[in-house]
Structure formats: structure tokens, C-alpha cells
Design a protein around this ligand. Structure first.
Ligand SMILES: Cc1cc2nc3c(=O)[nH]c(=O)nc-3n(C[C@H](O)[C@H](O)[C@H](O)COP(=O)(O)OP(=O)(O)OC[C@H]3O[C@@H](n4cnc5c(N)ncnc54)[C@H](O)[C@@H]3O)c2cc1C
Length: 267
């Protein structure tokens, strides 16, 4: 079974709020100084799902694709250290400012260029822009089924049986292959690469493809060609007023507080 896993590098979600800054004029997130980007937390789970399927199936190749700047190579290397076979970094200055449709288009074209695939695995959402639409977009462009928010899966004849997470339970669906499946955190902990695997991953191939390499012209990508124009990007201002309730005893303070709440028509 040949599986493609899409992994995205994102700003560290643990970045302290004080370090999270946005350039409102350029409508861009300013990378926090001294805090390295990380792989989107759902994506190692997609890699883990691919590894388990390959092990159960007894063979096949796992190719990892990431679209992003050169640093996104680290996200690919993490998947290679987990046990994936090859990596492709889609990187091009023209991708600057891309939207979700362009991301899905570029990934779909890269997947077509990789060629032989039975299954495409992704995370259920990227923890930065959090749109959760790329898996559906890729499936739609490739004209294949998509199953979202999966917590488990197993090969079922020529197809795949997938257990999905619902708001109030689970459901099991069957899909033909090839298909796209997005993986949720309920899938369970991904394996953690050991030092030896990290060193071995350094020897695995990561090809770098430009937009032109996957057949995308400058008039199809980037901020000027977004399908979803970005109107504004800002960190909301949160204002809070604190008033210390005075009083010599706890009873006096409680009475003063109750009076204020009543005056404000809150009780
Ligand atoms: C280089 C770059 C520049 C960008 N510049 C801007 C900008 O200027 N303004 C702006 O509004 N947005 C920008 N974006 C964000 C971009 O629009 C979103 O990443 C895109 O809309 C997808 O939405 P999402 O990240 O919420 O993905 P989701 O749909 O939430 O992601 C779900 C899954 O899809 C896969 N996936 C998603 N993105 C990638 C990827 N890049 N590579 C591999 N797999 C992926 C992963 O498996 C992920 O778990 C940029 C993104 C990149 C990579």
C-alpha cells in the first residue's frame, strides 16, 4: 500500500500570548523570536496511522509532503524519523500569502506528481489557521472520496474501514481507495523517534519542488491570486477593569460586593 502523508509546519501553539504578534498592515503573523516552529500536532498522528497500516499490510511506501518555507523540512524529517520513506518539500517564494484553495491545489498537484498512491492521510486541522478544509479540498481536486476526523482504520478487502469521531459518539464507514482520510487526536499517541532513527532520517531523500515543478504558474498562486481574500488580521484587544471591594471585615466586603452587583443589575 503506497501512502502519502501531508504534514504542515506551524508556529508553536505554546508561544506565550505576549510573544504572539501580527503585522496588521501586511496581514501576517510575525514569527516569535527564539521560538522554533513545530509540526502540526495532528500530523504525526497521520504519520503514525500510515506506519500502522503499512506494518499491517506488509509493505508499501510512505511519502511525506509539506508545503512551506525551507524550515518545513524539519516537519518532513520528523515523519522520516518516525519511519516514513521519502519526503517532498513544496517550496517557492510564489507561495507567500497563499490561501486554503491554493494550498489544496498545490498539494493535489504534488500528489499527482508523486504518482502511485492508494491513500492520502492528513491531520484533521492545522493548529494555526485551523480551517480544516485542506483534506476535503485535495480529495475534491483529485476526484476521490474523503473521510474526515478518523480515530482508527483498517484495510477491508480492496477498501478501507474507518472509524470516525462524532460530537456524541463514533461511526464506522467504508471507503474505496484511493481516498483521503483526516486523522483526529483520538487516534492515539504517535511513536516518538529514537536518536538512531533521527540520524537515519538524515540520510533519507527530501526532494524540493517549486510551484513550476508541479505545474502551477505565477498567476495561480500567492496573495494576488487568493480565492479567499484576507480582509484583516489582528489580535483582539481584551480590556478588563478590576475594582477592589473595600471593607474592614469579610462580612462588610461581602455586603459591599452584593450592593454593587445589585446596582449593576447582575443579581
Ligand atoms: C508558505 C505559507 C504562507 C502562507 N501565507 C498566508 C498568508 O499570508 N495569509 C493567510 O491568510 N494565510 C497564509 N497561509 C496559511 C494558508 O492559507 C493555510 O495554511 C491554508 O489555508 C490551509 O488552512 P489550514 O492551515 O487551516 O489547514 P487545515 O485545512 O486546517 O489543515 C488540515 C491538514 O491539511 C494538511 N495541510 C494543511 N496545510 C498544509 C501544508 N502547507 N503542507 C502540508 N500539509 C498541509 C495537514 O495534514 C493538516 O493537518 C500560508 C501558508 C503557508 C504554508
Amino acid at each position: 500500500m503506497n501512502i502519502i502523508v501531508c504534514v504542515k509546519q506551524i508556529p508553536d501553539p505554546e508561544t506565550p500570548a505576549a510573544s504572539f504578534k501580527v503585522d496588521e498592515a501586511a496581514k501576517k503573523v510575525i514569527p516569535a523570536q527564539g521560538i522554533a516552529p513545530v509540526v502540526n500536532p495532528y500530523d504525526p498522528q497521520a504519520t503514525e496511522a500510515a506506519l500502522r497500516l503499512r506494518d499491517a499490510d506488509g509493505g508499501g511506501k510512505i511519502t511525506v509532503i509539506s508545503l512551506g518555507p525551507d524550515s518545513a523540512r524539519d516537519a518532513i524529517k520528523h515523519a522520516l524519523a518516525m519511519g516514513a520513506d521519502e519526503g517532498v518539500l513544496l517550496s517557492d517564494p510564489g507561495f507567500d500569502g497563499i490561501d486554503n484553495f491554493q494550498t489544496a491545489t498545490a498539494l493535489a498537484k504534488a500528489i499527482e506528481k508523486v504518482g502511485e498512491y492508494d491513500l492520502i492521510l492528513m491531520g484533521r486541522a492545522a493548529a494555526d489557521w485551523d480551517m480544516g478544509v485542506v483534506p476535503t479540498g485535495v480529495a475534491s481536486i483529485l476526484g476521490i472520496p474523503v473521510v474526515s476526523v478518523a480515530k482508527g482504520m483498517e484495510k477491508d478487502g480492496a477498501g478501507l474501514k474507518v472509524e470516525r469521531v462524532l460530537d456524541d459518539g463514533f461511526e464506522t464507514v467504508e471507503t474505496s481507495l484511493p481516498a483521503v482520510v483526516s486523522i483526529s487526536n483520538e487516534f492515539g499517541e504517535p511513536r516518538y523517534p529514537q536518536l538512531r532513527q533521527i540520524m537515519l532520517a538524515a540520510k533519507k531523500t527530501v526532494q524540493v519542488w517549486s510551484a513550476a515543478d508541479v505545474g502551477l504558474g505565477a498567476d495561480e498562486i500567492g496573495a494576488a491570486n487568493r480565492w479567499l481574500p484576507l480582509e484583516a488580521l489582528y489580535v483582539p484587544v481584551v480590556e478588563s477593569n478590576v475594582e477592589i471591594i473595600e471593607g474592614d471585615t469579610p462580612e462588610e466586603k461581602a455586603t459591599a460586593l452584593a450592593q454593587k452587583l445589585r446596582a449593576a443589575k447582575l443579581v
